[in-house]
Design a protein around this ligand. Sequence first.
Ligand SMILES: Cc1cc2nc3c(=O)[nH]c(=O)nc-3n(C[C@H](O)[C@H](O)[C@H](O)COP(=O)(O)OP(=O)(O)OC[C@H]3O[C@@H](n4cnc5c(N)ncnc54)[C@H](O)[C@@H]3O)c2cc1C
Length: 357
Amino acid sequence: MYGQDEWLSPARVQKPAYSPCLPGFLFSVGYGIMIVAGGGIIGLSCAWRLAQRGVPVTVFDAREIGAEASWAGAGMLSPGGEAESDSPFSRMAVASLAQYGDFVEELQNASGIAIDFSRCGAMEFAFTDEEALALDRRVAGQTALGICSEAAGPRRRFYPDDALVDPRDVVSALRVACAREGVTFREHEPVGEIAGDEEVLIAAGAWSSALLPAKLPHSVPVRGHLIAFDGSGLRLHHMLRQSHTYIVQRARTGRIIAGSSTEHVGFDRRIDDAITRDIHSRAARLLPALADLTPSERWNGFRPALAEGTGPVLERVEGTNIWTAYGHYRNGILLAPETARIITAMFMHDREIMEKS
Ligand SMILES: Cc1cc2nc3c(=O)[nH]c(=O)nc-3n(C[C@H](O)[C@H](O)[C@H](O)COP(=O)(O)OP(=O)(O)OC[C@H]3O[C@@H](n4cnc5c(N)ncnc54)[C@H](O)[C@@H]3O)c2cc1C
């Protein structure tokens, strides 16, 4: 059974092998402070939960807080879009979705910031017989995981529990909630390669492994584009998706967002016209009313993937006080609450054991 225990095995708890040695620019934050490298949704969620447990936290970001993948994401909270069989990822996705409503409510109360969140469900379409078979084939595995879906007509399945959140609202709220718990922020201050035994949580998304290249699974950026339509007058009752094409609507503004693409181009931020045109035409197949509209905005972001295997990498690096929370790839918005729960539980558990020994 998946749960906290899976992450708290005795093998994970070790005393640090290094003597204290902080990189120069970190001296000013002081020893005993947890340094979070990366202020995306993952770093901020962990910072918030750790600070709630009394851990002094400073979040460093190479740019502004929340300006990378967590700003770019669509915000679909859809384990059924990807999870097909039992795995640590699929169990984590289901567990994270189950706590999202409470997470959002607590965050709104803690920050005073309204978060656009709805359990709108998702309609998944198959365009070919092969896709229809693949949709049907995954039902048994998904049902066993607790992911519900129902047939909704020929070549369609409806996922009633899928939800949608605006990740930009979540990041804004996390920032305020963190500050209210005493977290301090250092923006435009990248953390360099880590050498000593300061307590650091590496949550730098696609850039993470560069902070400890010899010891960490290699993180890579997978670029994805999205396009938006404002003022369309359209009203969607749920998310629409077909394979990796999807359409969602922000409840507060009516903005429609369509995605996406999967590109291995490194950290190239240029908007690719051909790719955004392709997204528009795929989206118009799902929702023909989009065909005659012109996108009001186009953007891209770097999903934090791993060069090998699947993430996320949630662990303490052996023999150090360095923790990792990265590699959430397509699902970091979904996985944020559960990631923060696991990291906080592991960290507090280790600290307790080390204080006793
Ligand atoms: C187009 C697109 C659509 C997506 N749609 C969804 C979706 O619908 N649902 C979903 O769940 N997920 C989605 N995702 C994935 C999701 O956005 C990511 O998995 C998630 O945002 C990762 O969060 P993060 O905090 O790990 O990374 P980031 O948000 O990238 O944050 C990492 C932070 O680390 C900082 N940093 C980098 N280097 C350093 C350094 N040396 N020192 C300090 N800071 C550093 C960066 O500036 C950045 O702010 C999507 C992603 C993209 C690109």
